[in-house]
Ligand binder design. Structure first.
Ligand SMILES: Nc1ncnc2c1ncn2[C@@H]1O[C@H](COP(=O)(O)OP(=O)(O)OP(=O)(O)O)[C@@H](O)[C@H]1O
Ligand SMILES: [Mg+2]
Length: 1136
């Protein structure tokens, strides 16, 4: 079941001030404070919502909250702005009543925030769909744009709206949004040129300078530094919690969503920049011969930049700042402006420019958001207009703003009473007259067409002769002196003659919200709002589409000598239209209150709140509401809430709700004068009666709760007891079974034990008998074994004695035989020694004899043999040594081991020569034909360029590869490849030097035996094809550069466009190949190579000299080519 809550449930303080008891100013403020301290910022006075600014973000605007308040009755939940928005939206959608939401309160009270909450709530609950969502998004995104251009930081509010805004949101019959219309009221344009201390200019100036990219600022000729602009106050340039750069991005994004074109955004920003520039234009006096002072622009730079931005001729604007042309009928008189007048003109232009831009923005947004259908629409208007203002120094703007608030208060009173009256009539209840203060008299003082203050001001402004603020005050003093709400020191009313709080140049009005002192200074000027015609004409001449549009009166073809309507007149007219519009709609009120002056959370200044409550007339509002019947409620909800108070209605009433309520109230003995029965509602006169019912309900609820508690407890105990009883039976059954089981198991176990004991005893007895029998058998075996063993040992001992005796005999015999043999050997050895001694002595003797005989022959042959042997040994050593120290097989290796012996000098050199020839032959034999050709080309390059061109040494180490772009493989060049018949000798990317500016363009350079081709590097398309026959010579410089000129024979077909000047890092290879191809061909001469730092190149008809110079280091390390004149191309080459 859905739990129905009510406004009366869980309330902190009283949610609806109508129910406040006792009602006094103190209790009213106390209630607001109590609720504010608990973050309950909304309180009702009947259907009016009071909103306290919490100055902190509260979690009460979430999507869940939106769902909570959706389709709920106004008083069903605790007070919230969503309840009001929902009520308004539902009566618009379901009852087809146009609505308006009037949000009032002083600056910083939270009006703009409240209007945004209302809009976002309506956007969240109304229909969905792609088109509808786009409309919603555009409506919501119009806010950031208007806030950037129309809001500023003031001492009261960091985001104060400096214009009044009324927005009509249009819906179709289903309640889906179709579009909207915004009206703006009186932008505070004086802020553009001057801001009070601690305040800023409009946000957009700071957002543009902080958030625009460097590029954009450069385009707008602006500097990021705020201090460079006279119109921007510096003391509050940055505001805590405001990120201007991020806001700029948001605004641009919002403009895009709303539908601004990119060029429109650019024009708007140009105008903003122009206003900043305008502020920097300063003037100096210059005396003229006729004695008059004339103004001159001091530094023309800002003027120039501004004129460039807006496309205005500088001299025209400069003149407009120095002269003023007055036209009367057919005459034109030109007067000079002095410095003060020039500054006045400048500021007037800035103010007009900005305020017209703002109005244009509103119109442009309207164009985007207007409904696309002509069908009938339902309308919800949201009014967020400046609140009542009482400053120390109040001027024309405050007067106008306060007049607007007077008008709003008037319709508030009228409509509140009207609604109350209508409800009484609707419900068929007698209407009792209510006393209240009607501020129509104050409105009349201001707006009366005959003698109202605005009419007086207009009369004064249009009057011929000297008109000053003082003459205007004099007029007021005579016309309005009798009025009871007008006070002036010099009025006929002597009451104020001695009132020092009322200065002579001021007048005071007793507004419904309090007395306000207005200083008349500036009233006439501001009401006139003059812009010199010269300036509007200068603006019209601008070559800037938007600015032309903003100053249509500058069109000389439409000169209108009639004065434009005054500011006061215009405002009065637009307020009149607004009021008419509001009166046709069903009003919903949000009264915003500011809790403190410090913009701080948690601070509640009683005096400040009390003052606002007073001038907003909140107490009066409560009294009006309570004057008849304080509380009303539909019969159904009343019966639902209080039915427990009466036996007949509790728990169910079967009849109609109205009868039920009647029975209930009669039963409660509520006096008859305390309530009245309407058609659908019960009206309760006094809150006390309601609280009496509430108290009874509370007591009754307590009794009901006790009864429910009692029954519940009884039921709970009984069920518990029954459960216990049932459990006990189950437990005892289970226990008995368990005990019997246990007993049986015990008996069974005992039987088993006895049984096992008997069986064990029997088995042991049998075992013992068996063991005895076995032991007897074992004893017999052991005895017989011992007997057999003894016998065997005896036999063994006998056999061993026998064997020992046999062994002793054989040992003695062997020893005897050994002794005999040794004796015999000794005899034989002695005999042999004697025989050898005899033979040696014989040999010695023979030797001595032979030596004596041959001594003389030996000396004659031995010397030569020793020499030959020695020489042979030395040669052997030399060759073995040479083998180890042989040099490498490289033909260019010049090393050779040192000569070891002087006599081998010749041989050593001959061996070296033979070795070198041999290794050359080896090296030669491994050469292929291709390699040979490459080396021949290298040789040719050396002959051509060695010591002649500085680029040559760097080419020595690079192999000549020929095809560098892989022309056969690259699919891009397939076509080019197919065009060439012969084998490609060289293909590389070169730069073709443009003869006009010396810049290079990449080309494929392709060389075959017969032709050379130049083709586009990207597409491979042939640009030039030159038969080698047409080539007369090639010119190159001596420097370290890749420039070369291909000179063609005069008259040759390919020479039509002249010679080619090319550049390549592989110049050496290209020229050598060209040269070699020429040398190999029989049908043409070899191509000449000119190496010189200056040569002529034929370009079409002209001969141009290409000159190579050594560049200075500041020219950098690259080679650069520049066209110096018609006849000279200069190539700068880095010095070596
Ligand atoms: N319901 C709210 N929740 C949180 N902060 C709020 C709320 N209402 C207002 N504020 C705060 O108070 C500031 C001032 O509110 P807002 O700009 O709506 O005042 P205003 O009544 O429109 O004033 P002005 O007349 O100067 O335009 C806001 O910038 C915001 O910080
Ligand atoms: Mg505002």
């Amino acid at each position: 079941m859905e739990v129905k809550t009510s406004l009366l449930d869980n309330m902190i303080g009283v949610g609806d001030m109508v129910l406040l008891e006792p009602l006094s100013e103190d209790s009213f403020i106390e209630n607001l404070k109590k609720r504010f301290d608990h973050n309950e910022i909304y309180t009702y006075i009947g259907s009016v919502v009071i909103s306290m600014n919490p100055y902190k973000s509260l979690p009460i605007y979430t999507a869940e909250k939106v769902e909570e308040y959706r389709n709920r009755n106004f008083y069903e939940l605790s007070p919230h702005i969503y309840a009001l928005a929902d009520e308004a939206y539902r009566s618009l959608r379901d009852q087809d009543k146009d609505q308006c939401i009037l949000i009032t309160g002083e600056s910083g009270a939270g009006k703009t925030e409240a209007s945004k909450f209302v809009m976002s709530y309506v956007a969240a609950v109304c229909g969905k769909g792609q088109e509808v969502n786009k409309v919603k998004e555009q409506l919501l995104q119009s806010n950031p744009v208007l806030e950037a251009f129309g809001n500023a930081k003031t001492v009261r509010n960091d985001n104060s709206s400096r214009f009044g805004k009324y927005m009509d949101i249009e819906f179709d019959f289903k309640g889906d949004p179709l579009g909207g219309v915004i009206s703006n009221y009186l932008l505070e344009k004086s802020r553009v040129v001057k801001q009070p201390r601690g305040e800023r200019n409009f946000h957009v100036f700071y957002q543009l300078l902080s958030g625009a990219s460097d590029d954009m600022l450069k385009k707008l000729k602006l500097d990021r530094d705020f201090s460079k602009y006279n119109y921007l106050s510096l003391d509050s340039a940055t505001v805590n919690g405001l990120d201007d750069a991020a806001s700029f991005r948001t605004v641009r994004n919002a403009m895009q969503i709303v539908g601004f074109m990119e060029d429109e955004v650019q024009s708007v920003l140009e105008l903003v920049a122009a206003v900043l520039k305008l502020g920097n234009i300063e003037f100096k006096p210059e005396s003229r011969v006729n004695g008059f002072d004339e103004s001159r622009v001091k530094d023309k730079n800002d003027l120039k930049e501004m004129c460039e931005l807006l496309g205005i001729e500088q001299s025209v604007l400069e003149r407009a700042f120095s002269f003023r042309t007055v036209e009367a009928k057919m005459e034109k008189v030109s007067t000079t402006l002095n410095v003060a007048q020039a500054y006045y003109a400048r500021d007037a232009l800035a103010k007009n420019l900005y305020s017209r831009l703002f109005s244009w923005l509103v119109n442009r947004i309207n164009e985007s958001i207007k409904a696309q259908t002509k069908k009938r629409k339902k309308v919800m208007g949201v009014l967020d207009i400046y609140g009542f203002e009482i400053f120390e120094d109040n001027s024309f703007e405050q007067f106008i703003i306060n007049y607007c608030n007077e008008k709003l208060q008037q319709i508030f009173i009228e409509l509140t009473l009207r609604e109350e009256q209508e409800e009484y009539v609707r419900e068929g209840i007698e209407w009792t007259n209510i006393e209240y203060f009607n501020n129509a008299i104050i409105c009349d003082l201001i707006e009366n067409n005959k003698n109202g203050i605005l009419a007086m001001l207009d009369e004064e402004c249009l009057r011929p002769g000297t008109v000053t603020d003082e003459t205007f005050l004099d007029k007021l003093n005579t016309v309005c002196a009798e009025h009871q709400h007008f006070e002036s020191r010099l009025s006929k009313n002597s009451k104020f003659l001695t009132d020092h709080s009322l200065p002579h140049n001021c007048f005071r009005i007793q507004h419904y919200a309090g007395k306000v002192l207005y200083r008349v200074e500036g009233f006439v000027d501001k009401n006139n709002d003059l812009l010199y015609r010269d300036l509007s004409q200068a603006m019209y001449k601008a070559n800037h589409s938007l600015i032309k549009l903003l100053f249509p009166e500058g069109n000389p073809a439409k000169v209108n000598l009639k004065r434009p309507p005054t500011a006061g007149f215009q405002f009065k007219a637009s307020v009149g239209t607004l009021m008419k519009n509001l009166l046709t709609k069903n009003p919903n009120y949000i009264r915003c209150i500011k809790p403190n002056d410090k913009k701080a959370a948690h601070i509640f200044t009683d005096s400040l709140v009390c003052h606002q409550a007073r001038y907003l007339g909140l107490m009066e509002n409560v009294r009006v509401r309570r004057a008849g019947y304080a509380f009303r409620q539909a019969y159904e909800s009343c019966l639902e809430r209080y039915k427990m108070l009466c036996k007949q209605t509790w728990p169910h009433w079967r009849g109609p709700a109205r009868e039920g309520v009647k029975v209930l109230l009669t039963d409660m003995k509520v006096p008859a004068e305390e309530f009245a029965y309407g058609r659908s509602k019960i009206f309760i006169r006094n809150p006390r009666t309601l609280f009496f019912l509430e108290e009874k309900r509370r007591q009754c609820l307590e009794d009901l709760a006790a009864l429910i508690q009692k029954i519940y407890r009884g039921w709970k105990c009984r069920t518990h007891f029954l459960l216990m009883k049932k459990s006990q039976v189950v437990v005892s059954a289970w226990y008995r079974r368990y005990a019997q089981q246990k007993k049986y198991q015990n008996i069974r176990c005992s039987a088993l034990v006895v049984q096992s004991f008997i069986r064990g005893w029997k088995a042991r007895k049998l075992l013992r008998e068996l063991k005895h029998k076995k032991r007897c058998e074992e004893a017999v075996t052991t005895i017989s074994a011992y007997w057999h063993g003894t016998q065997a040992r005896w036999e063994l001992r006998r056999l061993k004695e026998e064997a020992r005796n046999k062994h002793a005999v054989s040992v003695i015999w062997a020893a005897w035989l050994g002794t005999k043999a040794r004796r015999e050997l000794r005899c034989l050895k002695h005999e042999a020694c004697s025989k050898q001694a005899v033979s040696v002595i014989w040999a010695c003797w023979q030797g001595t004899k032979v030596r004596r005989e041959y001594r003389k022959f030996f000396r004659a042959n031995a010397g030569k043999k020793i020499y030959d042997f020695t020489i042979q040994r030395i040669m052997q050593k030399y060759f073995l040594g040479l083998k180890k120290t042989m040099p490498s097989m490289s033909p260019i290796d010049k090393s050779w081991p040192a000569r070891p012996y002087g006599f081998l000098d010749g041989t050593h050199q001959e061996l070296r020569r033979a070795f070198h020839l041999w290794r050359c032959k080896k090296y030669h034999s491994q050469f292929t034909e291709e390699k040979k050709a490459t080396y021949e080309e290298k040789l040719a390059a050396s002959e051509l360029f060695k010591d002649k061109k500085a680029l040559y040494p760097s080419s020595v180490g690079q192999p000549f590869k020929g095809d560098y772009v892989e022309i056969t493989k690259n699919p891009k060049y397939q076509k080019l490849n197919s065009l060439v018949e012969d084998k490609v000798l060289l293909a590389d990317v070169v730069s073709k030097i443009n003869r006009a500016n010396g810049k290079g363009a990449p080309r494929i350079f392709l060389l075959t035996k017969k032709i050379l081709v130049l083709a586009d590097q990207k597409t491979g398309q042939v640009k030039a094809s030159v038969p080698l026959l047409d080539l007369s010579s090639v010119s190159v410089s001596t420097q370290n550069d890749g420039f070369f000129a291909l000179k063609l024979k005069e008259g040759a077909m390919s020479a039509a466009k002249g010679d080619f000047l090319l550049s390549s890092d592989r110049l050496i290879e290209i020229i050598t190949k060209l040269h070699c191809t020429g040398a190999a061909s029989a049908d043409r001469n070899q191509i000449n190579i000119d190496i010189s730092d200056e040569f002529l190149v034929q370009f079409k008809q002209d001969k141009v000299c290409v000159k190579f110079i050594q560049g200075t280091p500041k020219n950098g390390n690259g080679v650069s080519c520049k066209r110096k004149n018609n006849r000279l191309l200069e190539v700068s080459v880095p010095s070596p």
